[in-house]
Write a protein that binds this ligand. Structure first.
Ligand code: HEC
Ligand code: HEC
Ligand code: HEC
Ligand code: HEC
Ligand code: HEC
Length: 326
């Protein structure tokens, strides 16, 4: 509270600290310290009665890793701190230094300077930046009562862009939050993400206008949304915020009845999901924190053998006809 006890230390020692929060567990960033566990496969920890969702396990999650981590994935792999492990997660301040392979967010449309969020999430705070986690969780509001099931006041998982207009931040992600962050998960127990049927350009109020989770990622990786050759096949990059057709091979994946937490979809209205309104999103293929696969993929890309005949996972969750099964 005052960084003082028995008259000592008010202006000395390691404090006082911003937000009155000391580093926890030896981590420079309190976000990381509190959201970390050293217990194998622990996805939530009880901190004197508060249940803390875990994003970094210091012991490797056991295979199959998806059962031993939350929806966002885990920073465990990227925390191993080498050029080859840098590919397994966002390099975030307090966990690991700047990515040794990527000098900026791939596909960025901004000309941000070195050290800023669209270039790296590994910088400590400076005049332009929020540090690490808050580059994405831009407006953290712990313990607020979400007044709407789609989180239109708090943002889905506190995810906001920095679009500011009329004295307010206007760009947040909507969604319906699973109460245990998918610590337990099934086709009927999961998050619901927001997608959109509206055309938008990344970086031009795309998130403020749509509140789509893919528009959020596109804030830093804009080219991957804007430049995909669309709006119809042939695509030149994999489309997102594209409807999962109700015909052809796609008709065999009905996420209203057999939702896959391995290859999830977003919805035009996450509070009332309708099959024809299911859409592809960045998180259909990626975990935002990190995973056991390069490029933070949700599954092993090398096992996606078209015509292989027996694989119904990963890409084939949607492309049900491409594994060779008629
Ligand atoms: C690149 C953007 C990004 C960064 C950086 C990031 N997060 Fe997240 N985080 C997300 C997204 C997106 C979700 C929602 C995942 C979902 O629901 O599938 C999320 C979800 C969460 C959750 C809910 C649990 C879960 O796995 O869904 C917690 C807690 C969290 N983040 C904390 C953190 C902390 C602490 C850090 C820093 C160590 C961090 N995040 C860094 C994007 C990010
Ligand atoms: C003192 C421990 C503590 C610290 C420090 C802390 N958190 Fe949390 N965090 C929690 C707890 C407990 C929850 C679950 C309750 C809640 O959602 O408010 C949580 C939940 C979250 C969630 C998920 C919210 C949701 O919708 O379920 C995110 C995202 C998150 N924290 C990010 C952060 C970020 C970013 C920081 C640093 C600015 C941070 N946390 C610092 C304890 C902490
Ligand atoms: C605030 C900016 C920001 C946002 C928002 C953001 N990213 Fe990134 N992303 C970066 C930066 C910077 C890098 C390059 C450095 C790194 O990997 O940390 C990166 C790298 C990546 C990589 C390559 C990983 C690697 O290290 O090779 C993937 C995949 C990725 N992001 C996916 C996503 C997805 C999916 C989302 C939405 C949930 C997202 N990003 C949101 C800034 C961002
Ligand atoms: C259909 C699955 C799929 C979807 C949807 C998808 N990605 Fe990817 N992404 C991949 C695969 C596979 C790779 C690795 C191969 C490659 O780089 O082309 C990758 C690589 C990346 C990389 C690393 C590029 C690099 O230069 O290292 C980033 C960043 C990224 N994706 C961000 C995104 C964002 C942001 C979205 C949403 C706008 C998105 N992805 C949607 C499958 C997908
Ligand atoms: C969540 C569902 C989903 C997942 C997962 C998915 N896709 Fe797609 N994919 C689609 C949809 C929907 C389209 C666009 C169909 C259309 O044109 O209407 C598409 C388009 C494509 C195209 C372009 C085809 C064309 O006509 O231009 C290719 C290639 C492709 N996907 C490959 C992949 C690969 C490889 C993976 C795994 C890394 C993957 N997809 C994962 C749903 C998905």
């Amino acid at each position: 509270m005052h960084n003082s006890q028995n008259g000592a230390n008010a202006g000395s020692g390691s404090g006082p600290n911003k937000y009155l929060m000391p580093g926890i567990g030896g981590y420079a960033d309190p976000c990381v310290g509190c959201h970390t566990s050293s217990v194998a496969n622990e996805t939530k920890k009880n901190l004197n009665g508060s249940i803390v969702p875990i994003v970094l396990n210091t012991v490797a999650p056991s295979a199959p890793v998806a059962t031993n981590m939350l929806a966002g994935g885990n920073f465990y792999w990227v925390s191993k701190d080498s050029a080859s492990w840098d590919k397994y997660g966002h390099n975030v301040y307090g966990i690991v230094g700047t990515d040794r392979n990527l000098a900026e967010a791939p596909g960025t449309l901004d000309a941000c300077a070195a050290g800023e969020c669209h270039t790296t999430l590994a910088s400590a705070t400076n005049t332009k930046n929020k540090p690490g986690c808050q580059g994405c969780h831009f407006r953290v509001m712990h313990h607020v009562i979400d007044s709407s099931s789609v989180n239109s006041t708090t943002g889905y998982r506190f995810l906001w862009g920095h679009t500011y207009s009329g004295g307010n931040y206007t760009a947040w992600v909507e969604g319906v939050e699973d109460s245990d962050w998918e610590a337990t998960k099934s086709s009927s127990d999961h998050n619901f993400y927001k997608g959109t049927s509206a055309a938008y350009s990344a970086g031009a109020n795309g998130l403020a206008n749509t509140h789509s989770i893919s528009a959020f990622c596109s804030g830093c990786h804009g080219l991957f949304h804007n430049d995909n050759g669309g709006p119809t096949s042939p695509w030149t990059r994999h489309p997102v915020d594209i409807a999962l057709p109700t015909s052809g091979e796609y008709n065999s994946y009905d996420p209203t009845t057999s939702y896959s937490t391995e290859a999830p979809v977003s919805w035009q209205n996450p509070a009332t999901p309708v099959r024809s309104e299911a859409r592809v999103m960045c998180l259909s293929c990626h975990r935002p924190h990190g995973s056991d696969q390069p490029d933070m993929l949700r599954w092993d890309y090398n096992t996606m053998i078209a015509g292989g005949g027996s694989n119904t996972t990963g890409c084939f969750t949607c492309h049900t006809g491409k594994d060779g099964t008629p």
